[in-house]
Ligand binder design. Structure first.
Ligand code: ARG
Length: 463
């Protein structure tokens, strides 16, 4: 047992202070100090409401609101001394407020509890992160749109199973990521709209007998309305889970793109050159230029998935309402948010700076019999062949070309006709990769005309 006096905030019924280990397991100040601004914002709104409702005097509320600004400037200026004995940011701020303004500080906690206070602070913090994610994704989408516009008609191989499938355009590939990140954007916006209800005033769990105005505090803090059930308000962490869920999906997209950049920047592919600003060298191999940013994005994503799983596990066994388990929500979300923002910024930087290697893309697009489907479609269209037969004939032509070690357009008409006598000279018109992509004009297809209209659509949406 340590010999400390009991806690000033709730020590009335305690004869002794906590054991050092108790203090260590209990304290969250080491990390929840990141919510200082939100805590003070929430307390200032609460104090203004208490005065407006005649629960505290105007002069006490004014002293509290001013004092809180002093405390905030101490924290932001780095002069504030955080105390582990005071557990968390809420009690640290309040204790310091007492030192700064004296007796009125003790009136701030009227009609609220740390349970609604922490839920409010954390929501405000997560809401800021949602806004940051939206900004980050928006910037990434714009960088992708620029890439797509530059290379709307550059051909490259499209893959399935990472085997050459059909030629596509660089613009089309970039726009696939625009679609993915735009869905992320809308997921974050949905989560923001759903979470924007204010827990403050739910008090410990049951509400309060003081004539508080929860609509006033909700409005002051930028919420759409107060949360409608006090038990739910203090025990809901859906907002953090939704943030992590949306972050996880976005992170998965970032990781897939990172993986492609790693492959594409290799000497074997040479599809893209990453800028020096987003690459590193090797201390032993002078020729190396490594895509570390892409690799680290790919790796960091695991933390975000982990945070989501961890918080689901923290929450899944908790009876209503608050349990101290919920204090374990913050570190996971902080870490996930930090890494998501970093990954978004790094990806935006890489995409902005990277240059697509057009000749390599085009050469790769033409290899691997990538226009075999165009050939089969030609047989269907021009010779009225059933598709299954056309597939078979094309397969025989591919085998012929493969045996000769050449590509489809390199076969002679005689060789073509040795497989099917009805094939004419016209077939060569569909074997080129540019004709192939130009022909894919179905809605959402890879034809440059389609890609350009999708770019225009997104630009309009984002404007
Ligand atoms: N530090 C606590 C948390 O993060 C604040 C709420 C404490 N409430 C309580 N009933 N002990 O959850």
């Amino acid at each position: 047992m340590t010999d400390k006096t009991s806690n000033a905030m709730w020590g009335g019924r305690f004869a002794a202070g906590p054991d050092a280990i108790m203090e260590a397991i209990n304290a969250s100040i080491g990390y929840d100090q990141r919510m200082a601004r939100q805590d003070i914002e929430g307390s200032r709104a609460h104090a203004a409401m208490l005065a407006a409702q005649g629960i505290v005097t105007d002069s006490d509320a004014e002293a509290i609101r001013e004092g809180l600004l002093t405390v905030l400037s101490e924290i932001e200026g780095g002069t504030f001394e955080f105390s582990t004995a005071l557990e968390d940011i809420h009690m640290n701020v309040e204790a310091r407020l007492k030192e700064v303004i004296g007796e009125p500080a003790g009136r701030l906690h009227t009609g609220r509890s740390r349970n609604d206070q922490v839920a409010t602070d954390f929501k405000l913090w997560v809401r800021d992160q949602i806004d940051a994610a939206i900004t980050g994704i928006d910037a990434l989408i714009r960088a992708l749109l620029t890439q797509a516009e530059d290379g709307a008609d550059w051909v490259m191989p499209g893959f399935t199973h990472l085997q050459t499938a059909q030629p596509v355009t660089w613009g089309h590939h970039m726009m696939a990521y625009v679609e993915m990140f735009a869905r992320d954007l809308s997921r974050f916006k949905d989560a923001r709209a759903r979470m924007n209800e204010c827990p403050l005033g739910a008090a410990a769990l049951a509400g309060t007998g003081f004539p508080i105005d929860r609509h006033m505090t909700a409005e002051a803090l930028g919420f759409d309305r107060p949360a409608a059930n006090s038990l739910d308000a203090v025990s809901d962490r859906d907002f953090a889970l939704e943030f992590l869920a949306a972050s996880s999906i976005c992170a998965m997209h970032l990781s897939r793109m990172a993986e492609e950049l790693v492959i594409w920047s290799s000497a074997q592919f040479r599809f893209v050159t990453l800028s020096d600003r987003f690459s590193t060298g090797s201390s032993i191999m002078p020729q190396k230029k490594n895509p570390d940013a892409a690799e680290l994005i790919r790796a960091k994503i695991g933390r975000i998935f982990g945070a989501h799983t961890a918080l689901l596990i923290v929450m899944k066994g908790l009876p209503l309402a608050y349990s101290k388990d919920m204090q374990e929500d913050k570190e996971q979300v902080f870490d996930a948010a930090d890494n998501l923002m970093l990954a978004l910024a790094a990806m935006e930087g890489m995409v902005k700076d990277m240059s697509a290697n057009r000749p390599s893309l085009e050469a790769a697009a033409a290899s691997g019999f990538s226009t075999a489907t165009d050939l089969a479609d030609w047989l269907v269209r021009e010779l009225n062949m059933p598709f299954r037969d056309a597939h078979h004939v094309t397969g025989a032509l591919v085998a012929l070309a493969e045996g000769k070690g050449c590509d489809l357009p390199d076969l002679s008409l005689d060789e073509m006709q040795s497989v099917n006598t009805s094939i004419t000279e016209d077939v060569f018109g569909v074997l080129g990769v540019h004709n192939s992509v130009a022909s894919r004009t179905s809605y959402g297809g890879t034809a440059p005309s389609q890609v350009r209209s999708q770019i225009a659509r997104w630009k309009e949406i984002l404007a």
